[in-house]
Design a protein around this ligand. Structure first.
Ligand code: C5P
Length: 278
């Protein structure tokens, strides 16, 4: 099949230029420690050693290019073709990396460095259906929870913010009881950090049929021409994944089975969880 690696036609873009603010580290997310080395090392090594991938372009934050080049050398990641400076948004980082990919590339895989545990099985799953004529293929996970649309604003906030908000709104006694309750029923750091909640005045307007919904991860694979068309132009672009830009141009995107271990590291607790899976 075309673009199945080995002939210089399948390129990977590894986007690692996010700031990782929610991690609360003193450095960009891609350069925090994971299992005794930097987080970026895990996905870079895995993509570099994949038989499906011929070459890799890495996007990192400004002033971290040298560190990424040194890392690639240390890992002997010989498929790394370029390290580029990322943009203000993920989409801008993808676009900068795409500029480094030659015109004869057939397939481009885009992966978040924030999902360190990418493996060959999912890479194969996203590449294979491209032969059937899809513009792109994404790994997806079915939803386990009931999904509701809420009006009145839904905000994701950390437990700490929730407690501060409670203290302001209802005063100290409820804060004290809430904290006791929380520590009793959610003592684990993962839950504590991941805790999100709907603003108290939010009202449910609809229960959405979850049967047709999936959450989508990376790596995402694309026919190179379709991905390039989606990123053409000079206007700043914003999109939380590449497939949505391809869809917006009428592209056909296939969903294949994702992997829970492709968790995106957002908080310190996510980092600890992924580390436990190494
Ligand atoms: O911010 P978020 O975790 O959703 O980012 C997903 C991926 O996109 C991460 O690997 C991050 O490094 C990357 N990213 C990027 N450039 C940005 C923002 C995010 O390469 N400006």
């Amino acid at each position: 099949m075309p673009g199945d690696g080995g002939d210089g036609s399948t390129w990977a873009i590894l986007v690692a230029a996010g700031s990782g603010e929610r991690l609360g580290a003193d450095r960009p997310k891609a350069f925090v420690a994971l299992g005794g080395r930097v987080l970026l090392a895990e996905s870079l090594e895995r993509l570099d050693s994949s038989a499906w991938i011929d070459a890799v372009v890495v996007a990192v934050p400004a002033d971290w290019e040298e560190a990424a080049i040194v890392l690639a050398e240390e890992l002997v990641a010989s498929k790394v073709s370029a390290v580029v400076t990322g943009g203000a948004t993920r989409a801008e980082s993808v676009r900068s990396a795409l500029d480094e990919i030659p015109d004869d590339a057939l397939v481009v895989i885009v992966h978040d460095a924030a999902r360190p545990l990418v493996d060959d099985a999912v890479i194969e799953r996203v590449i294979a259906p491209l032969a059937e004529g899809y513009d792109g293929v994404v790994p997806g996970l079915a939803l386990a929870d009931t999904v509701k649309r809420v009006e009145g604003g839904v905000v994701a906030a950390s437990f700490k913010k929730k407690m501060v908000a409670l203290a302001i709104v209802v005063g100290f006694p409820l804060l004290w009881f809430s904290t006791r309750w929380y520590l009793r029923y959610a003592p684990d750091g993962y839950l504590r950090e991941r805790a999100t909640y709907a603003v108290m005045n939010g009202v449910v307007t609809e229960t959405v049929d979850r049967g047709s919904l999936v959450t989508v991860q990376t790596p995402q694979a694309f026919a190179a021409t379709s991905l390039r068309a989606a990123y053409r132009g000079t206007d700043p672009i914003e999109a939380s994944d590449c497939a949505s830009l391809v869809e917006a141009r009428g592209g056909r995107i296939r969903v294949v089975e994702g992997d829970l271990r492709l968790l995106k590291v957002t908080t310190a607790a996510d980092l600890a969880l992924v580390e436990s899976w190494l």
